[in-house]
Ligand binder design. Structure first.
Ligand code: SF4
Length: 214
């Protein structure tokens, strides 16, 4: 799932939402760390990851933990950045998602690609598979756990230093909060997010930004 690791910039939006600037910093840090880990792992195994453009097996039927600020990032990106057919497709996915939860595809998956790639959660950035491409429905954790690499995990403490203060935690308390699993305890499965709320948010943003999204 890794691609470029340049820091994305949305100056107008970052000025309005200080949390967004920190989240984008954290995503860049995560991507850089994942890139370095994958290079090391590829060298060790003598082969690159099996993940390739167009493969989206890991976007179907999986639990995807997201923290509150990752969810906010998804909300922001879907409402303020998606346009045209992709936006319409995501909106349709979101309305069809209620009640199905993680038994189905991620609602941000559009025609085999991640529509929110720039704002995808940490888990999506870190999960990679070696060996061979995944088969639909394959249970990697049981069948070939050695092929799974969660790249960038060593950067978790640095990431926590960017994310935990967003919850209003003082710098001096970040370490012990990190050790106690603070962010995980405030995470939930992406599939259980209130997508009706996101649909309203997208519609309100479309009206506000019209005619850009008209
Ligand atoms: S957010 Fe994107 S990468 Fe992550 S599961 Fe959904 S479609 Fe896949």
């Amino acid at each position: 799932m890794s691609q470029a690791s340049a820091r994305l910039r949305y100056p107008e939006h970052e000025a309005r939402h200080p949390w967004l600037a920190k989240l984008l910093d954290a995503y860049q840090l995560c991507d850089e760390a994942a890139r370095a880990d994958l290079a090391r792992e590829s060298a060790r195994r003598g082969a690159p990851p099996a993940c390739m453009r167009g493969c989206h097996v890991c976007c179907v039927g999986q639990v995807v933990p997201v923290s509150a600020f990752e969810a906010l990032g998804l909300w922001w990106f879907a409402a303020e950045q998606l346009e045209g057919e992709t936006r319409a497709h995501v909106r349709a996915n979101l309305s069809g998602h209620a009640g199905h939860e993680h038994a189905q595809a991620c609602p941000f998956l559009v025609l085999g690609a991640c529509a929110v790639y720039q704002a995808r959660p940490f888990t999506c950035r870190q999960h990679h598979v070696f060996g061979r491409p995944c088969r639909p429905g394959e249970n990697l954790r049981e069948d070939r756990p050695g092929d799974i690499v969660n790249a960038g995990q060593d950067a978790a403490r640095a990431l926590a230093g960017l994310v935990i203060p967003l919850y209003g935690v003082a710098e001096a308390d970040v370490d012990w909060r990190f050790e106690s699993g603070y962010v995980q305890s405030r995470s939930r499965d992406l599939h259980s997010l209130p997508f009706e709320n996101l649909i309203h948010h997208m519609d309100a943003a479309a009206r506000r930004n019209s005619p850009r999204h008209a």
